[in-house]
Design a protein around this ligand. Structure first.
Ligand code: AMP
Length: 401
């Protein structure tokens, strides 16, 4: 079954085409992205086999971008399929599934309506996801489409962990609660970690650390998320590229008053000008911060804060998990930064976490990073959300046959 995986952002469409013969038996036929949608000079980059093809043209909306992708997949030198009819299923990444979706679903009118209703909760993400679904439905009307939600994996978090201590009526009225994000990534690396360890996921206590430009940790017990650091929105939790993470909410009102700022202006500061960028004043990219750190105090401080806050979450999740079998690192920082992984783990020996300096040099490949004597395993697992989406899509569409 050829499964096209689509991930639509506000000005981008990322895609991957899988030939699936089973959940574990698959081949990636091509992958790529269109960026600058709606901005003159949109750009497509398409990788097939060892080759990379790029092209510029104006794609004024997501539908045009998807037509461009399908044309690239099915014609000329970049062709990997004879025609669009060979795409047998489409899997969409959808950021917010609200409380209704705790797993992936076949998209029908009702599902699409609920995704639209959730747009209030994810105003930056769900609208482009919906545009992607509508465009694929128009281009491939008979092809089943599946939604895979970033929030779904966290649907198992208990009520006492997802309710905020504000008047309960706001939960009832607006569904204000912890949802959590990066769920597809946490689920993928948790499953891989169990496989690599040769253990049954249902007997493991894991902390999965997704550290990219967005950062979230999850406490995964017996294969289920029982808590996660992102909350009502992806702003809560650890220090991120440009997002502040945990904060005393009184700071918001203090800033509004002292600086004469509107709610939107403060929101912009906390989402786009805080985190690594805000503390360092140098960049939102931890690579730049690591480079600057030897001669720049605020860059060094940024790295200290990242590690300190990560330790606090690990301690908290260790407590609620009742112990720990493995700490799992993934995403841009988790897969690449030996320095940040080391600074997080160092000092946690009292929890049974012993990082091995030599093994910790590994990058972007599945690896154990712990010393042999470490009771808690430390793993690096490159995330693969697209594969997870392709698998869920394959499974749901196979059942229809
Ligand atoms: P992601 O959102 O998963 O694509 O991760 C992107 C982020 O990973 C970048 O903004 C960097 O902060 C970080 N990153 C990628 N490579 C490295 C590296 N070699 N060292 C430190 N940080 C890295």
């Amino acid at each position: 079954m050829n499964v096209l995986v689509v991930n639509c952002g506000s000005s981008t469409v990322k895609y991957q085409l899988f030939a699936m013969d089973g959940e574990e038996v698959y081949q990636v036929l091509a992958k790529g992205l269109v960026e600058r949608i709606g901005i003159p000079g949109s750009r497509l980059e398409h990788k097939f086999g060892e080759r990379v093809f790029s092209q510029e043209r104006d794609a004024s909306n997501h539908r045009i971008a998807l037509e461009w992708i399908i044309e690239t997949l099915t014609s000329g030198e970049t062709r990997v399929l004879h025609s669009i009819s060979q795409i047998e299923a489409v899997g969409h990444r959808v950021v917010h599934g609200g409380e209704k979706f705790t797993g992936s679903v076949l998209i029908d009118e009702t599902v699409l309506r609920v995704i639209r209703e959730c747009a209030d909760l994810a105003p930056l993400h769900n609208p482009p996801n919906i545009l992607g679904i509508e465009a694929c439905q128009a281009l491939m009307p008979r092809v089943p489409q599946v939604a895979v939600f970033d929030t779904a994996f966290h649907g198992t978090i208990p009520e006492y962990a997802y309710i905020y201590a504000i008047p309960y009526e706001y939960y009832e009225k607006y569904r204000i609660r912890r949802y959590g994000f990066h769920g597809t990534s946490h689920r993928y690396v948790a499953e891989r970690a169990a496989k690599i360890m040769g253990r049954d996921l249902r007997e493991l206590r894991l902390i999965t650390c997704h550290m990219g430009s967005g950062v979230s940790f999850a406490a995964v017990k017996e294969g289920k998320s029982i808590d996660t650091s992102m909350g009502f929105t992806p702003l809560e939790g650890l220090v991120m590229g440009t997002r502040c993470g945990d904060l005393d909410p009184a700071i918001v009102f203090f800033l509004m008053e002292k600086e004469g700022l509107s709610a939107e202006e403060v929101e912009e500061i906390l989402n786009k000008r805080s985190g690594v960028l805000g503390i360092s004043g140098v960049s939102s990219d931890t690579r730049d911060i690591e480079d600057a750190a030897p001669s720049h105090h605020r860059s060094r401080l940024t790295l200290e804060i990242i590690a300190y806050r990560a330790k606090k979450y690990i301690g908290a999740y260790y407590a609620i998990l009742g112990g720990l079998d493995a700490l799992v690192f993934t995403a841009g920082i988790g897969e690449n930064s030996s320095f940040i992984r080391y600074s997080i783990c160092k000092g946690l020996e009292h929890l049974g976490i012993y990082i091995d300096e030599e093994r910790n040099k590994a990058r972007r490949k599945e690896a154990f990073l712990n010393e042999d004597r470490s009771p808690v395993k430390i793993l690096m697992v490159p995330t693969n959300e697209e594969l997870m989406i392709a698998r869920d899509t394959w499974r749901i569409v196979e059942e229809l046959r």
